[in-house]
Design a protein around this ligand. Sequence first.
Ligand SMILES: [Mn+2]
Length: 318
Amino acid sequence: MILETLKTSSRLLLATHIRPDGDAIGSLLALGRGLASLGKEVTLFNESAIPAIFRFLPGMDEIVSEPGDFQAYDALVVLDCSDISRIGQVAERLPQDLSVLNIDHHITNTGFGTQQWVEPKSSSTGEMIYHLLGDLGVGIDQAMAYAIYTAILTDTGSFLFQNTTPDSLTICGEMAAKGVDTYKVAQHLFATYSLGRLKLLNMVLETIEISDNGKLSVMYLTQEMLKETETDVDDINGLVNYAKYIEDVRVAVLIQEARTPLDDEGRYHVSLRSNGPVDVGSIAASYGGGGHPGAAAFTAFATLKEVKKEVMRISESL
Ligand SMILES: [Mn+2]
């Protein structure tokens, strides 16, 4: 089982998904530091650039964007990924014989890897890492506490989402008692909007459309808007939630133009958020994507107009 493999391995590669969120980064940092405290050689890998809002977390500079030679590791630990492809292009060159440990909380997890530990009821992978560190006999220090707190706080939408459980709140309380300055975390994560980001938000809000039955809202964001407001992908995080704040809306959608459109056909990242009983994870899965019941995404290859039309069609089943 995973616990035994971690205990007996001495060189570990830890990876998480591209376009990392707070849970991905928090889980990576917390488990990485915990394993290092047990004397293991640990490499933390993420293929994407890390969003600036997470730079305050201790140990961020240890995350590398190149994993090096896979033969140098006893195992690869994949965190917060519903599928191995989520770690990025590097997934295509993993050696067949590399032992892969899959630790995740997505209900859509494909069960990839040599060993799996998937807890769909867990608010976040960070919450699972908290329990794993306990099982490994690691004493959680302040740096790990910051990472775990950030993971749970961001994946529960600051405890506003339905995945918030007594366990998530208890663990966060414990992390605060270990010295996490919760006000400082909130300032870094939520009070660091640039003027450009606010202008971008304004532009995106202007695009809101509501389905005829009022149950679905759609917004879109183009590369042109990013250029005009001098913002980048970091600034898109969380924008989709604004479409969710509308009365009676059950599903909120943000259609985001990808940076490199393939040929003439557009490529769009479609994020879905649910405000309650609707499972957007299975809606996204029906379009080849994935996620959670409350938050999911898929990629669409079409024009913006076509993507919008298709998204509006989702409202008919709500
Ligand atoms: Mn997560």
